[in-house]
Design a protein around this ligand. Structure first.
Ligand SMILES: [Zn+2]
Ligand SMILES: [Zn+2]
Ligand SMILES: [Zn+2]
Length: 238
């Protein structure tokens, strides 16, 4: 957090440097990125990602789309527009927020993006099966995604029984846990632990943590077996 001197913001532990939530999923050589928040460019550079086949967007909040302009780097080297999959409502927001990229007469070099609407039906990207999982982010229905045995949910404070059924059987679940105090649109640490236990996934990683939750080292001591905090640069193999 800008101008904060709390234990997390001043920590020297690399696991406490929390950039905005995003993930790259690699399956059979296909590279899918979920969300392009304000830190997208640094995340791509820092992790030396040299190919990106598609972007999936969970929802329209700025911490998940603000870095979209930088997909143009991939346009230049891949000589193709970037396919972007999201709910129709989210695509409408993107068209407004990045109007210059969708203008009739474009300035040279602006990002080229193919907007592809999805709903809650499973879909394929370059042969990879993706199951959208609708989750509630306060009153906003947004998407999480299941890729094979991996489920990924970023901004949620309610999972319906139907959504839980879609997650069940995953080997790994990533779930949001924002902070300790109640929040209008995110699970708290306590709620996330409870929900993770209910779904019964063997390996769970929490993401989308605010600095208010505490340091990686201190929170890790409180977590039940099978649950860990994710951190920037974490790699999980399934
Ligand atoms: Zn802080
Ligand atoms: Zn959000
Ligand atoms: Zn968010």
């Amino acid at each position: 957090m800008i101008a904060c001197s709390c234990a997390v913001c001043t920590s020297l532990d690399f696991r406490d440097k929390r950039s905005r939530t995003s993930i790259l999923v690699e399956i059979n050589g296909v590279h899918l990125v979920v969300d392009s928040g304000p830190d997208f460019r640094q995340q791509i550079l820092g992790n030396r990602i040299n190919r990106m086949d598609a972007l999936l967007v969970t929802h329209e909040h700025k911490d998940h789309i603000a870095g979209l302009d930088d997909v143009r780097g991939f346009n230049y080297i891949q000589h193709a527009p970037m396919p972007l999959f999201a709910l129709p409502r989210v695509l409408d927001h993107i068209k407004v927020e990045f109007a210059y990229a969708f203008a009739e007469k474009k300035y040279p070099g602006v990002p080229q993006i193919d907007l592809i609407p999805v709903n809650t039906d499973p879909f394929k990207v370059n042969g990879i099966d993706i199951i959208p999982i609708q989750v509630m982010h306060a009153k906003l229905p947004i998407l999480g995604f299941r890729f094979g045995d991996f489920s990924y949910i970023t901004d949620c404070n309610y999972l319906s029984p139907e959504s839980i059924d879609l997650i069940k059987g995953s080997q790994v679940l990533v779930l949001n846990a924002l902070q300790r105090e109640p929040h209008i649109s995110h699970y708290t640490l306590e709620q996330a632990i409870e929900v993770a236990g209910e779904i019964g996934i063997e390996r769970v990683y929490f993401t989308h943590m605010s600095h208010k939750i505490g340091t990686h080292a201190s929170v890790s001591k409180e977590l039940p077996k099978g649950i860990q905090l994710a951190y920037d640069g974490l790699r999980i193999e399934i």
